[in-house]
Design a protein around this ligand. Structure first.
Ligand code: MSP
Length: 662
């Protein structure tokens, strides 16, 4: 069986994770989970791009070393991927020695081929893209991507003889129509190559934050050469590395459309020069706008992926991202559309189906799954359901294989809706009134539960948590993605014997109007910076130990000196756990300027412990220490509250822990 290797871009560490990053990573995770569920050997790779001028400048602006900045942002990426349920096999940082060694070896290989030479670069450079432009590529003298002024670079640099590979690359495109997708992007790139490839400046002598050019300490390697090599260094290098041999030629690079040229021109030319095989496919997805607008910094806050996952559930967010827009098209993230999808597709279609089926099984079949009759179905309604399920199973698989997750979900929802319809057609409540229909009623419930079992498997790649909950409710064992066996349903009724059915919380609670308004208000406030600020002090359970302060009279005012008595500072959550026997309390370990302290906080209803890891919060540090439920608490973190619950107060750019809040 062909192994599956899927990569995301490695993300720059001058920005915290945003919706665009989350999109690629959720799509990649879903595809990787699908291939794991088919029993294939899978490797799903992500990481961070930490060198280059852009990162050096961002760190300097914050008074940090580039590595300090990277360490901080990397912990944000890691925690966000946890919040979104991303199961990557590896997370590579370009500052790791395992990476630098491979970049230098690849450089040497290009040099041995006679493709590296020293020359003079004199031209335009956009730091935001970390890309060189010719005069004709600029738009009114500005960067064509960022519409911002470019810098003028005049320097001695090493060049890569990219022009030498123009014909070989065009031939590769010719022979491998699947190399660049979607087709429109392929055409763009082919015409770019036909217009003539120039040699590429691949080193910088004016920059020190990067990987050294072998044999010349005065130059560092161009950040894109460094970054692209991650796809191979993550496999342990080239030529002999076992993971490289197993996975490399199958690589699929999933990227955004803005970085296609690097992946579909520069990278393959380097590989051709090094005599290495090219990846199988480079797939460029579109860009998201937010409520119809380009994603600016403030709009990014309103679509912070970790926050959205916390507010609506991570599977709901994953569903929206995967379903809303076909991969390859641009999409718009509208908050109202997110809520609509949750209510219509998740709560109404899927949630209700599960709920109705379990309720019927509880009422008519003592909460057990009736056996499907071995003689097979003769009822045309049953036959139609089975035929549809088989068609949907194959369609879901082929859409995932063809990198069409939105269509895979669309197909799956055909089965969800058809199964709801099956209930309406077979009318089990009517059968239940006629004792002579007892065995027919059992068969109807059995078919329903079998359809749900199929749905739980087909849903696993996209919505792993919900699929796992469904299986628990259905009395089925969890799927084991690591087993390397195909777990896709083969025949109707061929599943494991289920244990007793279970009932529990609804899979996707409907967002009612009150909650909808509260959520929209909260998200709008995130974009505009409003919201009332309250302290996330321990509540209810803690009240015996720490009496709540009397509410301030509206007319009460304090002086700046009063405020100055509050020592407020930035802290990072390093560990979080529930306090035993107190369902509102979390025990947090915070890091404040290099020192750890423990705080008990009443936010357990709003945040799961793992959602908090890596978050930068506001700490009232000189609150008198106290002991709550036997746990010592040295301070209090702040949160804002409204009808929808609590939201932690945090800072809108990364600022070192210990920094004072004034
Ligand atoms: N570090 C490089 C990639 C090196 S890969 C060898 C880089 N990093 S990035 O952090 O700036 O961007 C990472 C990805 O995020 C890109 O694929 C980009 O297309 C994607 N997105 C950034 N904003 C986006 C949207 N608004 N919508 C969708 N994806 C977007 O480039």
């Amino acid at each position: 069986m062909r192994p599956f290797y899927l990569t995301t871009p490695i993300y720059y560490v001058n920005d915290v994770p945003h919706l665009g990053h989350a999109y690629t990573t959720v799509v990649g995770d879903t595809l990787a989970r699908y291939h794991r569920s088919r029993g294939e050997a899978v490797r799903f790779q992500t990481g961070t791009d930490e060198h280059g001028q852009k990162i050096e400048a961002a760190a300097a602006a914050r008074g940090l070393t580039p590595l300090q900045l990277a360490d901080e942002v990397v912990s944000r990426f890691r925690s966000t991927w946890g919040e979104l349920g991303i199961a990557h096999d590896d997370f590579l940082r370009t500052t790791e020695p395992r990476h630098a060694a491979v970049v230098q070896r690849l450089w040497q290989r290009l040099a041995e081929r006679g493709d590296i030479y020293l020359g003079e670069y004199d031209g335009a450079y956009c730091v935001a893209c970390e890309e060189y432009y010719t005069e004709t590529q600029l738009v009114a003298g500005n960067c064509p991507v960022h519409a911002r002024p470019v810098s003028r670079l005049k320097q001695t640099s090493y060049f890569f003889r990219m022009s030498r590979y123009q014909d070989a690359l065009l031939e590769h495109f010719e022979r491998h129509p699947e190399f660049v997708q979607p087709e429109m992007r392929r055409n763009e790139i082919v015409s770019f190559i036909r217009s003539g490839l120039r040699d590429l400046s691949v080193s910088r002598s004016t920059l020190s934050w990067g990987i050294r050019v072998p044999g010349d300490d005065t130059h560092v390697i161009y950040v894109w050469i460094d970054a692209l090599t991650n796809y191979i260094s993550a496999l342990g290098g080239f030529d002999e590395a076992p993971a490289y041999r197993q996975f490399w030629p199958q690589a699929i690079h999933l990227i955004g459309k803005d970085i296609l040229r690097f992946h579909a021109v520069y990278w393959p030319c380097m590989l051709l020069s090094a005599g290495l095989p090219l990846p199988r496919t480079v797939f460029a997805h579109g860009w998201w706008t937010v409520n119809g607008q380009k994603m600016s910094k403030s709009l990014m806050n309103a679509v912070d992926p970790g926050m959205l996952a916390g507010d609506v559930g991570r599977d709901a967010l994953r569903y929206f991202l995967l379903r809303e827009t076909p991969l390859g098209h641009d999409g718009d993230f509208a908050h109202e559309a997110l809520i609509q999808r949750i209510n219509a597709d998740l709560a109404n279609d899927l949630g209700n189906l599960l709920n109705r089926s379990l309720a019927m099984a509880a009422k008519y079949c003592d909460g057990q799954t009736p056996a499907l009759l071995a003689t097979g179905p003769t009822d045309p309604t049953d036959q139609a359901l089975i035929a549809l399920a088989e068609r949907v199973r194959d369609a879901v698989a082929s859409h995932f294989e063809r990198l069409e997750p939105s269509r895979a979900l669309e197909a799956l929802w055909e089965l969800v809706r058809a199964t709801n319809k099956y209930i309406d057609t077979t009318a089990p409540y009517r059968l239940a009134r006629a004792p002579e229909q007892r065995s027919r009623l059992d068969q109807v419930v059995a078919h329903l539960l079998e359809a749900l079992r199929w749905i739980s498997v087909l849903l696993t790649p996209a919505l792993p948590d919900s699929a796992a909950t469904m299986r628990r409710y259905l009395g089925l064992p969890a799927l084991e993605p690591q087993l390397e066996v195909d777990q896709w349903p083969a025949r109707w009724g061929d599943g494991p014997t289920p244990a007793a059915l279970q009932r529990g919380e609804p899979l996707f609670p409907r967002i009612d109007d009150e909650r909808r308004q509260a959520l929209i208000a909260r998200w709008t406030a995130r974009a505009t910076g409003g919201a009332e600020v309250v302290a996330a002090a321990p509540t209810v359970e803690a009240s015996a130990a720490t009496p709540a302060p009397a509410p301030a009279e509206p007319s009460d005012t304090i002086t700046i000196d009063d405020f100055a008595r509050c020592e407020l500072c930035i802290a990072e959550v390093r560990a979080a756990a529930r306090v035993e026997g107190a369902d509102r309390l979390l025990r947090l370990t915070l890091e404040v300027g290099g020192v750890e302290r423990q705080v008990v906080s009443g936010i357990a209803k709003a945040y799961a412990p793992e959602q908090l890891l890596g978050k930068r919060v506001l700490l009232l540090a000189n609150l008198k220490p106290t002991t709550i439920r036997g746990v010592r608490s040295e301070g209090m973190i702040l949160a804002a509250g409204d009808g929808a619950g609590l939201a932690l107060c945090t800072v809108d750019r990364d600022i070192p822990t210990g920094a004072k809040v004034r």
